[in-house]
Ligand binder design. Structure first.
Ligand code: GLN
Length: 307
């Protein structure tokens, strides 16, 4: 299949969608990003990459980092992790407080904000300190991306620290129910640090390969997680990766995927490839509008989906 030709076609066909949607402005520094950007990369199991558009431009990975922290926490805690965070779709916005209150501080899944904050807390306990947890999360992402240059953008983390009142509220609510071990401010700061990691569609699609291959990097043969756990991470991506638009993403695209408010979306085609698309303007649920469309076009044109 001529993937390059398919990506070129997609870049043309999404043009009418560019300019629709809205960049995330509740993190002030992200409001400054030019919405008219679009990049997409497909990475094959032998490392071959096909790209189109702004595929080298670094962007804030935001909630896509939650896939990597979930991987680390599952590896560290195994099934025990589900005592503190569930694995059901929330059907609610990613930063909703209401459900967390009536479900007694146990977040529905590791991809909504409360769940990811809880997973970060688990990693701080596991690694012994917030600084050590941040270091290990970054080291893991560099390893799966096979790229030692990946960094977290301090300015973005600070911007969120100054304006992240809702995330602090989620952490405080969990703490009040006894479902958060560490200091609230330290936990949210560590969470913001991994959300502020910066990557391009090229590096991020490379980093996702282990999830397309049962937890093993097909290029380096490194085992990052067991096949059973990789299966579960993919299942949670499919059912919860796009918050209250997860059903719609499965319907339109048909792949396990995860979005972030920086405008990135990752998706995997099991046993074949990993994909990353980026375009900063978001739909109502906080997922990249053109990015979702581009992935829909990709699965339609290639005929690849898990269904
Ligand atoms: N850092 C963002 C937040 O906590 C991540 C949200 C997202 O990407 N959906 O609000």
């Amino acid at each position: 299949m001529d993937y390059q030709a398919i990506l070129n076609e997609i870049a043309e066909e999404i043009k009418p969608y560019m300019g629709r949607g809205k960049v995330a402005d509740y993190i002030p520094i992200l409001a400054e990003v030019d919405p008219m950007q679009f990049g997409m990369t497909v990475t094959m199991f032998d490392g071959t990459q096909y790209s189109v558009g702004d595929a080298e431009t670094p962007f804030s990975i935001q909630s896509i980092s939650k896939v990597f922290t979930f991987t680390l926490a599952l590896d560290a805690y195994g099934y025990e992790l589900y005592r503190r965070v569930g694995r059901e779709p929330s059907g609610n916005p990613f930063n909703s407080l209401v459900q967390l209150e009536y479900e007694k501080g146990v977040p529905r899944n590791p991809f909504i904000n409360a769940g990811a904050i809880n997973v970060t807390d688990a990693l701080i306990s596991h690694y012994g300190s917030p600084a050590k947890a941040s270091k290990e999360i970054l080291a893991f992402i560099r390893e799966i991306a096979d790229n030692p240059a990946v960094e977290s953008d301090k300015e973005v983390a600070e911007s969120e620290m100054q304006h992240g009142f809702r995330n602090r509220a989620l952490a405080n609510l969990m703490k009040s129910f006894g479902n958060l071990d560490n200091d609230v401010i330290e936990v949210v700061h560590t969470y913001f640090e991994h959300c502020a990691i910066v990557m391009s569609t090229r590096t991020l699609s490379r980093a996702m390969l282990y999830l397309a291959n049962h937890g093993i990097d097909p290029i380096t043969a490194k085992k990052f997680i067991t096949p059973q756990q990789a299966k579960r991470i993919n299942a949670v991506m499919l059912t919860c990766g796009h918050y209250d638009a997860s059903g719609d993403f499965a319907f339109q695209v048909g792949l396990p995927g995860k979005s972030g408010v920086g405008g990135g979306i990752v998706a995997v085609i099991p046993k074949k490839m990993a994909i990353c698309v980026w375009s900063p303007a978001l739909n109502e649920q906080g997922n990249s509008l053109s990015g979702t469309k581009a992935l829909e076009l990709f699965t339609t044109k290639t005929g690849y989906s898990i269904f």
